[in-house]
Design a protein around this ligand. Structure first.
Ligand code: RTP
Ligand code: MG
Length: 141
């Protein structure tokens, strides 16, 4: 087991539905400690840069429209195997395939409006954390 950090985004639909507290409770109960957090309204450029790997895919425009539709909460989560564990706590990308009790099963509205983002590898986590946070904005336990 290794202590890791992962980048989390509580997406615009989660913020709109006042689920920040509920999701943060689940994170802390799962020992995914919140070591950095801020609220921001992504510009199209910020969202496109963040999701650059998906540029050209059929859902890309829709994803940008959604991700810029309202404020999000960006967070750094820290814990043992945080990258994989947060993806387990979130559940599958498509909420109809997510396990009961996961964030996406309970709170997603569709494949696109799926409530949360979590980094998918140590390399993405490093890139995504640096995309939103400077080292002095992160407070490891
Ligand atoms: P994320 O990056 O947001 O954590 O989600 P993920 O790894 O589970 O899924 P990914 O394949 O990276 O897709 C990024 C986000 O794009 C939206 N999406 N829509 N078919 C569709 O309409 C579709 N497929 C993906 C979702 O918001 C997904 O989380
Ligand atoms: Mg992804």
């Amino acid at each position: 087991m290794t202590k890791q950090q992962t980048l989390s985004i509580l997406k615009p639909n989660a913020v709109r539905k006042s689920l920040i507290g509920m999701i943060n409770l689940r994170l802390e109960q799962a020992r995914l400690n919140i070591v950095a957090m801020k609220m921001l309204h992504l510009t199209r450029e910020q969202a496109a840069g963040f999701y650059a790997e998906h540029e050209g895919k059929p859902f890309f425009e829709n994803l940008l429209k959604f991700m810029t539709s309202g404020p999000v909460v960006v967070q750094v989560l820290e814990g043992e195997d945080a990258i994989t564990r947060y993806r387990e706590v979130m559940g599958a990308t498509d909420p109809s395939k997510a396990l009961a009790g996961t964030i996406r099963y309970d709170f997603a509205d569709s494949v696109t409006e799926n409530a949360a983002h979590g980094s998918d590898s140590p390399e993405s986590a490093a890139r995504e954390i640096a995309y939103f946070f400077t080292p002095n904005e992160i407070f490891p336990k």
